[in-house]
Design a protein around this ligand. Structure first.
Ligand code: 5GP
Length: 138
C-alpha cells in the first residue's frame, strides 16, 4: 500500500485538528467540510477499504464512533447527521485509507446530499444465502 495523506497525519508529518486518539483510532476535522463539525474517524491500520480492515481495527472504530458522533452534535448544536464510508473510486473514495465521515446535517441543507434510487428486491433468498456462505469459515 502506498503512503496516503492520512498515514502522514497519523505519523504527525502533516498537521490536523485532532479530536480523539487512542492506540488504534484517530479522529480529526475534515479539511473541506460539508458542514461545520465534519469529522473523519480513521483506523491507524493502513487498510485501503473497509472489507480489508482487521476485526480488531473494525471493533476499535465501532467502539468510538457513537461517542465521537455525540460530541460533534453537542459541540455544533446539530441534531441530525450522516455517517458516510466510501470504498473505491466509483464509490467516491479519494483517500486510499479507510475513513468514516461524521457529517452534521443542518436545517439550512448543509451537510451530505444523498442520491438514492431504490429498486425492488428480487431473488433475495438466493442472494442472502450466497452472501451468508461467504461468511462461513473456509
Ligand atoms: P473520501 O472522498 O475519500 O471519502 O473523502 C476524503 C476526505 O478527506 C475528503 O472529505 C477530504 O476533504 C478529506 N481530506 C483530504 N485531504 C485532507 C487533509 O490533508 N486533511 C484533512 N483534515 N482532511 C483531508
Amino acid at each position: 500500500m502506498t503512503t496516503t495523506i492520512f498515514k502522514k497525519i497519523i505519523d504527525g508529518e502533516i498537521p490536523c485538528h485532532r479530536i480523539y486518539e487512542d492506540g488504534q483510532v484517530l479522529a480529526f476535522l475534515d479539511i473541506n467540510p460539508l458542514s461545520p463539525g465534519h469529522t473523519l474517524v480513521i483506523p491507524k491500520e493502513p487498510a485501503v477499504t473497509l472489507d480489508a480492515l482487521s476485526e480488531e481495527s473494525g471493533a476499535a472504530i465501532g467502539r468510538v464512533l457513537p461517542k465521537i458522533a455525540a460530541a460533534v452534535l453537542k459541540a455544533t448544536g446539530a441534531k441530525d447527521f450522516n455517517v458516510l464510508q466510501n470504498n473505491g473510486a466509483a464509490a467516491h473514495q479519494e483517500v486510499l485509507h479507510v475513513h468514516f465521515h461524521i457529517i452534521p446535517k443542518l436545517e439550512s441543507g448543509d451537510g451530505l446530499s444523498v442520491g438514492w434510487r431504490p429498486g425492488k428486491l428480487t431473488g433475495g433468498e438466493e442472494l442472502a444465502r450466497k452472501i451468508a456462505e461467504q461468511l462461513e469459515p473456509a
